[in-house]
Design a protein around this ligand. Structure first.
Ligand code: FAD
Length: 306
């Protein structure tokens, strides 16, 4: 059980930093609490007493968003559900709704935040690979001499390993900025231990942009989680696909490339099979949604992986 003496809901970034300074060494930041609460229970952390919880989910800057044709800016406390119910966001992040639909259930998605998913740094977090495929950067803020000081870094560098990020003491994750890719087809493949309410064992975000004929790959963006300590961007596979004709042989070769990257501590053989299958299915689905010429993909491939 999680016990706290004081639960603070600051209504501005300045108030949040003031509370963090006032309660230095005695507080924990929370947003939706969907990782923090299950962690503080028997069998995991057990009974946990945190004197002060600072809930950042009502700070206007952290729930604001801006979407245009080129870039997306998401406040860190954006609930995962917004990927499903905000059409302009779904258009800009084509794998987003497919990631969200397999993420927990409606109630958890309303609580669970994008920033919480990133800072929790689970090796199999779903939102993180989805945003890595969009070249996401994180914005971090701290209070310095009474002013808000900000820094940025790529999301790939921010997540350092299981439960580890580059977030420093006294810092908040304020926003995520990434490419808007409305012209891409998107796919999100995920497998876990059961059918619903499932934490991923492996997940893959795939984005594909094709030429006007739907026969050549203009660009591909791929990120995978669950095969090592942190989500990975699959840049080598992207380079291999960029500019190449969309054909079955090429996709099968691409699907083999990340198999060697599987470095998880458990179920390596299983994960290798999953990676191969997800790569094919993710690429086929993304290509179809990007307007692939039906003649470009063999019928067997479509039937097996669509
Ligand atoms: C039933 C259930 C199903 C779930 N299903 C999935 C799933 O399908 N896929 C998946 O990836 N996850 C899943 N999760 C895990 C969880 O919902 C997500 O990781 C979620 O995005 C966490 O966000 P939160 O706001 O609830 O985090 P919180 O628990 O509030 O915080 C998590 C961590 O992030 C830190 N933090 C949060 N916001 C900030 C900020 N702005 N700045 C600095 N630090 C911050 C907190 O201090 C804490 O360490 C599930 C959880 C449950 C309970």
């Amino acid at each position: 059980m999680l016990i706290c003496d004081e639960y603070i809901t600051p209504s501005s970034l300045a108030d949040a930093f003031a509370a963090m300074t006032r309660h230095r060494g005695r507080y924990r930041v929370v947003a939706g609490c969907t990782d923090t609460l299950p962690w503080a229970r028997e069998g995991r952390a057990g009974d946990v007493e945190i004197p002060v919880l600072i809930d950042v989910s009502r700070i206007p800057e952290l729930i604001a968003r801006r979407v245009d044709d080129k870039r997306v800016r998401l406040g860190a406390a954006t609930p995962v559900q917004r990927f499903l119910d905000v059409p302009e966001l779904a258009r800009a992040l084509p794998a987003g709704p497919r990631c969200a639909v397999w993420f927990a259930d409606d109630q958890i998605r309303e609580q669970a935040t994008v920033g919480g998913n990133i800072v929790n740094a689970s090796p199999a977090a779903d939102v993180t690979p989805c945003l890595i495929a969009h070249d996401a950067e994180v914005e971090l803020a701290r209070s310095e001499n009474g002013a808000v000081a900000r820094r940025r870094m790529s999301l790939t560098d921010f997540v350092q390993g299981p439960g580890r990020t580059a977030l420093q003491e006294g810092e908040l994750l304020t926003a995520i900025e990434c490419d808007a890719l409305p012209a891409y087809g998107g796919s999100f493949e995920k497998v876990g231990h059961r059918r619903s309410l499932v934490i991923s064992v492996v997940c893959l975000a795939a984005l594909v942009k094709l030429d006007a004929q739907g026969r050549r790959v203009e660009d591909a963006r791929l990120s995978i989680a669950g095969i090592g300590p942190k989500p990975l961007r699959l840049s080598e596979v992207e380079n291999f696909l960029r500019g190449a004709p969309l054909d079955t042989g090429r996709l099968e070769q691409a699907a083999e490339m990340p198999v060697a990257l599987v470095a998880s501590r458990t179920r390596q053989e299983y994960r290798r099979d999953v990676v191969r299958g997800f790569m094919l299915r993710g690429l086929v689905n993304a290509a179809k949604r990007a307007g692939a010429d039906p003649a470009a993909l063999s019928a067997e491939l479509e039937t097996a992986y669509a």
